[in-house]
Design a protein around this ligand. Sequence first.
Ligand SMILES: [Zn+2]
Length: 108
Amino acid sequence: MAEDKEKRLKLISEIQRTVEQMKVDDIEEQPYAASELFQCPCCGEFKPLAGSLLYNANLYCNDCVLLTEVSLALGKITYPDEMIEYMEDKRFEAIYEGLFSFEENLNN
Ligand SMILES: [Zn+2]
């Protein structure tokens, strides 16, 4: 079992490195990608384009790509689309908070 855990940890750190490298490469190729924001359909937050990845028709932010790749590798999900369902609560929270701070800005 301990060996299994070690293998999994190694796998996760390899994915982490790969996904982080994607972000670094993106910024190198297109420096604007570091500051250009888009709303990630997975977590609902506004994230930089750098390191994002297209799954089917959905562009995931770098954080969600990491979550998705790890979940796929560990067999938690079968398709990247499932991640959107997993993240539903978090997404709702982000949208709610976004609305709230928008209203706050209007009042100020
Ligand atoms: Zn995301």
